[in-house]
Design a binder for this molecule. Structure first.
Ligand SMILES: C[S@@+](CC[C@H](N)C(=O)[O-])C[C@H]1O[C@@H](n2cnc3c(N)ncnc32)[C@H](O)[C@@H]1O
Length: 274
């Protein structure tokens, strides 16, 4: 099938210049534009379709800090070398995004309990990371000797996270990467995929399992919110079934951890016999 390249370019340019989605990775926009032009033919309806999909993929309603102001605040607390100030700044920044905000009340136990199952990772992958890398001070990992590799499709978020990593003494290993288009190839001891599987499966039906299969990590840590964003319905049983359906047939041993606001599964991908 031939694709109208001009229509694709028109859609990509319009979206990349829009206030709402200019922060999105161009690779992501282009792929959505190609799919939308194939279905809708003309640029205008294709652009509308891409915007609809981006609303669900980027989820801008979950929140963001002002990244320039956030970087300045971090500069100040790191220059002061003030450990309490660094933690306070990270907490405030994580509070600006719903996924990390919901995790704050359980943060002290969260990584302690996960790494008690997986062991402390020397190389940690964070897939669709959002602002979660700012939780590093609560992970109990040494900056020296830890590689924290993070992926997201929000460009200013990734620039900001690399800024934070450098201040924190970590290598700047945050990447703009659409993990639905390209499974990360970097290896890790533990790969986090936190609170994104339901949206990911809705946005890219059937690709959740392929992503988990393709990740080069000994442990997969996949989590779900326990309560719905709207209405406060308890989702624990539904998401437990959902996760077990996704990994059905893998034979991966799974350890479940249930926190107040998050349901976590630690799946051991170690090949049988090792
Ligand atoms: C619900 S938030 C979760 C953030 C983080 N994992 C946490 O739990 O704190 C989802 C994140 O996934 C990112 N995302 C969505 N689709 C993605 C994709 N295809 N590739 C990489 N990142 C993606 C979004 O930009 C957003 O930051």
């Amino acid at each position: 099938m031939t694709i109208d390249e001009t229509a694709v370019e028109t859609v990509v340019t319009a979206i990349k210049q829009s206030k709402k989605y200019r922060d999105t990775s161009e690779e992501t926009i282009r792929q959505l534009a190609i799919e939308a032009v194939a279905t809708h033919k003309k640029a205008r309806p294709a652009e509308k379709a891409v915007r609809r999909r981006l609303h669900s993929i980027m989820a801008p309603y979950l929140g963001d800090p002002d990244y320039d102001a956030a970087a300045e605040r971090l500069n100040k607390v790191f220059v002061d070398g003030d450990e309490a100030g660094i933690r306070a700044a990270c907490l405030d920044l994580m509070h600006t995004h719903l996924s990390t905000r919901e995790r704050l009340p359980i943060l002290d136990a969260f990584y302690r309990d996960i790494f008690a199952v997986t062991g402390p990772p020397g190389r940690l992958l964070d897939i669709a990371c959002g602002l979660n890398p700012l939780a590093f001070p609560w992970m109990g990992l040494p900056a020296l000797g830890t590689d924290f590799v993070a992926y997201d499709i929000h460009e200013p978020r990734i620039t900001f996270l690399n800024h934070y990593f450098i201040l924190q003494g970590l290598p700047p290993l945050a990447f703009v990467r659409d993990v639905a288009l390209q499974t990360p190839t970097e290896s890790g001891d533990v790969a986090l995929f936190l609170k994104e599987m339901p949206r990911f499966e809705r946005n890219y039906p059937g690709r959740g399992r392929a992503l988990l299969d393709g990740l080069d990590a000994r442990w997969l840590v996949v989590s779900f919110p326990t309560i719905s964003t709207h209405g406060g319905r308890n989702l624990t049983n539904r998401y437990r079934d959902f996760f077990h359906q996704i990994i059905d047939g893998t034979g991966w041993p799974v350890t479940e951890l249930l926190f107040d606001t998050e349901l976590v599964f630690c799946a051991d991908k170690r090949p049988v016999g090792q």
